[in-house]
Design a protein around this ligand. Structure first.
Ligand SMILES: NC(=O)c1ccc[n+]([C@@H]2O[C@H](COP(=O)([O-])OP(=O)(O)OC[C@H]3O[C@@H](n4cnc5c(N)ncnc54)[C@H](O)[C@@H]3O)[C@@H](O)[C@H]2O)c1
Length: 256
C-alpha cells in the first residue's frame, strides 16, 4: 500500500467492476496501492471476499458486492451502496466484460451477439448512468471504461465483440462531451492481449501462443497490473485535462 499518503488516488472512493479476476483484480491491487478506498464488484462473491481480505491484510479500505452489470437495478443498488457506505463516488473503472468464442460471423447465433452486447455495452451503459448521477451529486468525478484493441481495429473473428468494444468507445466519447463542464471526465483504456484466466488457457495452445505473441511489437502479453496502472492514472488528478480519450495499452499492437 502507499502508506505514506502520496498515492495517485489517496482517499478517493473508487468502484471497480469485473474485480474478481484478471485486469479488475489487478486494478483492485493497484488502486489500493495508490491510496484509494476500493469497492469491488463482480458476479463471483467468494473471489471478491478473498481479494478484499488480501487487501485489508495490507491496510487497504475495501468493500465488495456481487453485481450483474447487465441488470440496471443491480447497478443502481451497487452505486447506492457505495454512496451510503463511503459518502460519495470519486471514480469508477467499468471493466466487467466477456469475450467470445472464435468462430466465423456467419456461424454465430443470436445468443453470442446478445451475451457480448448485454455485458460489454449495456453493462457500461448501466454503470455510467448511475455513476454519473452520483458524481453530479458529489460535484465531479472520473470514469474509465475498458474497451480493447478490438475497439480500435478489427480481427479476423469475433465481430460482435469488436462491435461491442467500438461501442464502449462511442459511449465514452459521448459521455465525456456531455459532462465535461460538470467536472466529470470519461476515458477508456484499450488493452491488447493481457494475462487472465481465459488468455492463460488459450496461450497453452502453442500455435495460438505463437500467433498472439507475434501480433504486438512487444511480443508478450501484458500483466493485468500494466493495464490497471493506465486506468489509475486516468482516474487521477494527474489526468485532469484528459477526457474522451482512449488510451491503448497494447505493447504497440495498434501502432503497426
Ligand atoms: N485479457 C485480455 O486480453 C483483454 C484484452 C482487451 C480487453 N479486455 C477486456 O478487459 C476486461 C476484463 O477482462 P479480463 O481479461 O480481466 O477477463 P476476466 O474474465 O478475468 O475478467 C472479467 C471480469 O468481468 C466480470 N464479469 C463478466 N460478466 C459480468 C457481469 N455480467 N456482471 C458483472 N461482472 C461480470 C467477471 O466476473 C470478471 O471479474 C473485459 O472488459 C475484457 O473485454 C481483455
Amino acid at each position: 500500500m502507499s502508506g505514506g499518503g502520496g498515492g495517485l488516488l489517496e482517499g478517493k472512493v473508487v468502484l471497480i467492476t469485473g474485480a474478481s479476476s484478471g485486469i479488475g483484480a489487478g486494478a483492485a491491487r493497484v488502486f489500493a496501492e495508490q491510496g484509494a478506498v476500493v469497492v469491488l464488484a463482480a458476479r463471483r462473491g467468494e473471489r471478491l471476499r478473498e481479494l478484499a481480505g488480501e487487501l485489508e491484510g495490507v491496510g487497504a479500505r475495501v468493500g465488495w458486492r456481487v453485481v450483474d452489470v447487465r441488470c440496471g437495478d443491480e447497478v443502481r443498488a451497487l452505486v447506492e451502496f457505495v454512496v451510503e457506505r463511503y459518502g460519495r463516488l470519486d471514480a469508477a473503472f467499468n471493466n466487467a466484460g466477456v469475450g467470445l468464442e472464435r468462430s466465423p460471423l456467419h456461424l454465430l447465433g443470436d445468443d453470442a451477439y446478445d451475451t457480448v452486447m448485454d455485458t460489454n455495452v449495456r453493462g457500461v451503459w448501466n454503470c455510467m448512468r448511475h455513476e454519473i448521477a452520483a458524481m453530479l451529486e458529489g460535484g465531479g468525478g472520473a470514469i474509465v471504461n475498458t474497451s480493447s484493441v478490438g475497439g480500435l481495429v478489427a480481427s479476423s473473428t469475433g465481430a460482435p465483440y469488436i462491435a461491442s468494444k467500438h461501442a464502449v468507445i462511442g459511449l465514452t466519447k459521448a459521455a465525456a462531451v456531455e459532462y465535461a463542464q460538470a467536472g466529470i471526465r470519461v476515458n477508456a483504456v484499450a488493452p491488447g492481449l493481457t494475462r487472465s484466466e481465459m488468455v492463460d488457457q488459450w496461450l497453452q495452445v502453442p500455435e495460438a501462443s505463437r500467433r498472439a505473441l507475434r501480433s504486438a511489437p512487444a511480443q508478450r502479453a501484458a500483466e493485468p497490473e500494466e493495464v490497471a496502472r493506465a486506468a489509475a492514472w486516468l482516474c487521477s488528478e494527474q489526468a485532469s485535462f484528459v477526457t474522451g480519450a482512449t488510451l491503448a495499452v497494447d505493447g504497440g499492437r495498434t501502432a503497426w
